[in-house]
Ligand binder design. Structure first.
Ligand code: C2O
Ligand code: CU
Ligand code: CU
Length: 467
């Protein structure tokens, strides 16, 4: 009873609430959402011959499902929490109304054990997105709570198949069981790396695909720590532009398609690759990540059957997402310094977890996030106005800086040429100063943090307000 009534209080409007008023509680409970995610304990075999205990998933008995939406369509997603700790779901990269952004205390209460919360999402943007908790974030993501979300273009662009690839590590020992999920020593540096690299919860999966067909690979790096450089290899060389091209980064089409080689992806970032499967049965292309020991194979794409004879040139270009163009001439500049914690700021107790210490800060304010707000927004932006965010990294580490609720454009860097890409997560290199621009068109409080989760949870978090 208490769960039901609390849930209805949290629903915040829409059809269900109307039904509840008209027909009472029974009517409200009978209304079925379009999708249901069940946050529950899970076990899987990640290391051959072992079963990993203590995993978590967004389904009672499967790895996190790929959620598919169509551009412009409104969907309701019920999230039921069957863990014995609080959780919440954030839709990474989606420009949703603030109350459905899934950040505890900032946008809604945590979803407590036994509760269900209904999200309502509409995406005007197509592309590859993902979802994850924002409460007990490090632990829950490390244990498996990272799923992919695809927003399909209103009009098909001509692929034969769509293959989402959820790329991440797990920190497991040789017995397949979790080892310490992080080390304080590493949290103060680059973050703690996983030990077992997976694609869709498998080590080096092989995908059999029709020979000569066109496949859209949707790479999403959902790892808590690892920054990597990815290549699509044809034998020992990167695939040629006739075989593979990057067509979108972080959900947004790239101006000219890029070779599917040397793709730098940090936690939270995505790349869509248009791939033509080899014509000859048995031939394969391999997704690899660069490492000191040479390219590490992550997934294989193997041709089966007679060639469909398709060509990448048959694809329609991806339509641009309807993101407002910032007015750079009249934009106000906001400064953000990513650096060290000034002095041991005390951690704040929260049902959403704390690592118990801070190392990092934004503008010298350390907040581990996912707790009641101690200090207010880092900046207040006026709705509809354009801003340039100057992001300055004074640390010797790289930080993928992520903003909720709005998409920004890369402008320039003091270290490298920047393509004019739209993104929600920008990798800020060691010692780099980068400028990005946006129109503050989505009202609310929007989390702004590093997506190396140990950094996020030890101070590299804040939020921006649009009003
Ligand atoms: Cu994907 Cu606040 O995060
Ligand atoms: Cu996000
Ligand atoms: Cu960081």
């Amino acid at each position: 009873m208490s769960n039901v009534s609390r849930r209805e209080v949290l629903l915040g409007g829409g059809a269900v609430l109307a039904a509840a008023t008209a027909g009472g509680l029974t009517a409200a409970r009978a209304t079925v959402a379009d999708h249901r995610l069940v946050i529950a304990p899970y076990r899987a075999s990640l290391v051959p011959g072992t079963v990993t205990e203590g995993m978590m998933s967004f389904a009672a008995d499967a790895m996190p499902p790929v959620l598919r939406l169509r551009q412009g369509e409104t969907v309701q997603i019920d999230v039921e929490n069957r863990l014995d700790e609080a959780s919440i779901v954030h839709w990474h990269g989606l420009r949703v109304p603030n109350r459905f952004d899934g950040v505890p205390y900032l946008t809604q209460p945590p979803i407590h054990s036994g509760e269900t919360f209904r999200y309502e999402l509409t995406s005007e943007d197509a592309g590859t997105y993902w979802y994850h908790p924002h409460c007990n974030t490090l632990d829950q993501m490390a244990r498996g709570l990272t799923g992919l979300l695809v927003v399909e273009e209103a009009e098909p662009v001509g692929f034969d198949q769509d293959l989402p690839l959820n790329i991440r590590d797990f920190r497991l020992g040789s017995d397949g069981q979790f080892i310490d999920l992080f080390k304080a020593r590493s949290a103060a540096r680059g973050g703690t790396l996983g030990t077992v690299s997976t694609v869709n919860w498998q080590q080096e999966p092989v995908y059999d695909l029709p020979a000569g067909s066109l496949v859209r690979l949707r790479l999403a790096v959902t790892d808590v720590t690892r920054v990597g450089t990815y290549d699509l290899m044809n034998a020992d060389v990167p695939a040629s532009p006739e075989t593979a091209r990057v067509i979108a980064l972080d959900s947004n089409p790239v101006p000219a398609s890029l070779p599917a080689a040397g793709i730098l992806l940090a936690p939270g970032q995505r790349a869509d690759i248009a791939m033509r499967v080899p014509s000859t049965e048995g031939q394969e292309l391999v997704l690899t990540r660069q490492s000191a020991r040479g390219p590490k194979p992550l997934a294989r794409f193997r041709a089966v059957g007679a060639s469909a004879g398709r060509s990448l040139d048959e694809l329609k270009p991806l339509p641009r997402n309807p993101i407002s163009e910032p007015d750079l001439a009249n934009a106000e500049v906001l400064e953000f310094l990513f650096g060290w914690t000034p002095e041991g700021a005390p951690p704040i107790a929260s049902v959403c977890g704390s690592l118990g210490y801070t190392f990092w800060s934004i503008n010298r304010i350390a907040w581990e996030g996912d707790t009641p707000d101690p200090v207010g927004p880092l900046s207040v932006m006026r709705k509809g106005r354009s801003y340039i965010l100057r992001l300055r990294n004074e640390t010797p580490n790289d930080h993928p800086i992520h903003l909720h609720g709005m998409t920004f454009r890369l402008l320039r860097s003091n270290k490298r040429p920047l393509p004019p890409l739209w993104t929600d997560t920008a990798l800020l290199l060691e010692g780099e100063t980068m400028e990005v621009a946006l129109v503050a068109d989505n009202p609310g409080d929007w989390a702004f943090h590093c997506h190396v989760i140990e950094h996020q949870k030890t101070g590299l978090t804040g939020y921006l307000r649009v009003e």
